[in-house]
Design a protein around this ligand. Structure first.
Ligand code: NAD
Length: 485
């Protein structure tokens, strides 16, 4: 079988595809079959240098363009992405293994939303005027300079755009390093941006493992680092960035709570739990993997959940009917299998799933554990796979304390028909992104990000502008200046 995935070259630097086969080869594996579908090469030090030099050289002229001009290019890129949604979705499916049913509505489309939203906002970015008697201060909203984006493997197109769009709108340039597991999609983002008129050097893509990321993060010419990845990587990258006082955005992992009260609409709550645990085969950072269900409705909830899971169509991700695909890699599949074993060994009740599927590729069954207690490993650690832990509760104050008893704070959700309780619970969550009677919506208009170990800063929305620009204040004296001597 031939796959439509072999990229023109491994990197995109200074407006063109660049190859250097002396870099470490990185095989791209289609998770649905285990076959190698493409090979890219990690960036050599010389290529990293070339990317930094060209991004640096391009920055002043890009920032000197008006916001309207910059925005027009981003919006043009959004339009091209939408037009090519099918091809980009196919590529995303081959890169990640996520079903086309998902990628055709959640990846290039989400990337295009970010380009359109921040493209529209570029012209509105201004400083302010502060009158002080006859003197005054004005502020200039200025770009940070050269931003480095580092991606995780679960949403390669989306992450490349969520970081690139606000960075570019503010007049920064960017070097994006995709995850070594899913290196293909970001190249297409760079290609489309340039087709839309982006000047060379403004958005570059270099491939590589963590060491390429680390070389970018520690370079003194880089002004900001935005990472999407795990908490341990986040700690390393944040510490390295701190050496040079670089700005950071950290979009890290989670172990988010989803609380279902006894008055919840059970079908909606089951839908929320499915979306928050099994979409993208559970490989979503904000997933609500600790599902606290009120004792009074627990068995009813589990019954409906098991019945609804029967409806999952597991199989070839390219088939439009398939709603549940493989894990991204053999390694990730084995990590998740290890957690499933631990869940059983520590005494959780396996309600459904729990095994690898007997077919090619890295397929796991959607898995639900009940009778999970707070101290079990599967209730404490991020699994990043299709494993839901259902925990019981009886009292609101008790469940809130348990929901917040975690080092993470990415997301949280509540299902209830009681309006006052819904808002009280949302206010009480120690999490950056909360949902009431819903789960995992991530519109570009809303801030997205975590608190505690789950991250620093926010992506999307107006708030992202604060993380890709800085404010200079200029005091203007209108009269004579008095001095003590
Ligand atoms: P990871 O931490 O292993 O890798 C993330 C990226 O960091 C990769 O590109 C990797 O090459 C790079 N990297 C590794 N070491 C580095 C170093 N020392 N310096 C610079 N870069 C380095 O994460 P992953 O396994 O690719 O992705 C899964 C994780 O990402 C999960 O924990 C998930 O929760 C998290 N995630 C978070 C969000 C969010 O928005 N909060 C979104 C998606 C995924």
């Amino acid at each position: 079988m031939t796959y439509p995935t072999q990229p023109t070259a491994s990197h995109f630097i200074n407006g063109e595809y660049v190859e250097d086969t002396s870099g470490t080869p990185i095989n791209v594996i289609y998770p649905a079959t285990g076959e190698i579908i493409a090979t890219v090469h990690a960036a050599t030090p010389a290529l990293i240098e070339r990317a930094i030099e060209s991004a640096n050289a391009a920055q002043a002229a890009w920032a000197a363009m008006t916001g309207t001009e910059r925005g027009r290019i981003l919006r043009r890129a959004a339009k091209i992405m939408r037009k090519r949604n099918h091809a980009l979705s196919v590529l995303e499916t081959y890169d990640t293994g996520k079903p086309y049913q998902e990628t055709s509505v959640a990846d290039a489309t989400s990337g295009a939303d970010a380009l359109e939203y921040f493209g529209g906002m570029a012209a509105t970015l201004t400083g302010e005027h502060i009158q002080l008697g006859e003197d005054w201060v004005y502020t200039r909203r200025e770009p940070l300079g050269l931003c480095v984006g580092i991606g995780a493997w679960n949403y390669p197109t989306q992450i490349a755009c969520w970081k690139g769009a606000p960075a570019l709108a503010c007049g920064n340039t960017m070097i994006f390093k995709p995850s070594e597991t899913t290196p293909l999609c970001a190249l297409k983002v760079a290609e489309i941006l340039h087709e839309a008129g982006l000047p060379p050097g403004v958005y570059n893509v270099v491939q590589g493992l963590g060491e390429v990321g680390a070389a970018l993060v520690t370079d003194p010419r880089v002004d900001k680092v935005s990472l999407t990845g795990s908490v341990p990587t986040g700690r390393k990258v944040y510490a390295a960035a701190a050496e040079c006082m670089k700005h950071v955005t950290m979009e890290l992992g989670g172990k988010s709570p989803l609380i279902i009260f006894e008055d919840a609409d059970i079908e909606n709550a089951v839908s929320g739990a499915i979306l928050g645990n099994f979409y993208s085969s559970g490989q979503v950072c904000s997933n609500g993997t600790r599902v606290f269900v009120h004792k009074a409705i627990k068995e009813a909830f589990l019954g409906r959940l098991a019945a609804r899971l029967e409806g999952a169509v597991i199989g070839d991700p390219m088939q439009p009917k398939t709603s549940f695909g493989p894990m991204v890699s053999e390694r990730q599949m084995n990590i998740v299998l290890g957690y499933i074993e631990k869940g059983q060994a520590e005494g959780a009740r396996l309600v459904c799933g729990g095994a690898r599927l007997d077919r090619a590729g890295f397929y796991l069954q959607p898995t639900v554990f009940a009778d999970v207690s707070d101290d079990m490993t599967i209730a404490r650690e991020e699994i990043f796979g299709p494993v839901m832990a259902v925990l019981d509760f009886e009292d609101e104050a008790e469940v809130m304390a348990r929901a917040n008893d975690t080092e993470f704070g990415l997301a949280a959700g509540v299902f209830t028909r009681d309006l006052a309780r819904a808002h009280r619970v949302a206010a009480g969550f120690e999490a950056g992104t909360c949902f009431i009677n819903s789960y995992n919506d991530a519109p570009v208009e809303a801030p997205f990000g975590g608190v505690k170990a789950s991250g620093v800063g926010r992506e999307n929305s107006k708030v992202a502008i604060e993380h890709y620009s800085q404010v200079k204040s200029v005091y203007v004296r209108m009269g004579d200046l008095e001095a003590p001597f």
